[in-house]
Write a protein that binds this ligand. Sequence first.
Ligand code: ROI
Length: 169
Amino acid sequence: MRAPVSAYIGLGANLNHPAAQLRAAFAELAQLPDTRVTSQSRCYLSKPLGPKDQPDYLNAVAALETRLDPQALMRHLLAIEARHGRQRSPDSRWGARSLDLDLLVYDALVLQTSELTLPHPELHKRSFVLYPLAELAPDLVIPGHGPVRVLREHCSSPAIRLYEEGAHA
Ligand code: ROI
């Protein structure tokens, strides 16, 4: 069996009770085979990147230790999204969603296939990934881009703040 590696998953939701979506998604990640959730970030409220005529997003990051290969892990993420009613289509690429799970980083792997690009091609620019990721792994080096802590310092958009449980989202 292959040795476990660390992987980071970005979670996002802006429909159908986003806080409940993220809570359920963390629980489902913990049920994945050959995988352990080693830590989870706090939740952040962020302005939508893309079309503005959609609700604000709730975002978070989970750190995993997994023996799944990246393709198998990705298939499990898509299955969790599908259970949350997520429809992936070219039309909905920039639209509101009940749950989005992005495989951000898998070990130090750099990969580009039709199904999967690693590290996630936009993560180094996105505040809603870098803030929660920096809570868990500030010194993680994103291949080709540098340490998360530095990327977060240089990243200010979209606007983001910590989500307070009980506040409306
Ligand atoms: N914007 C924010 N703030 N958070 C997201 O998770 C998110 N996800 C997306 C797009 C539509 C790009 N915008 C987002 O897929």
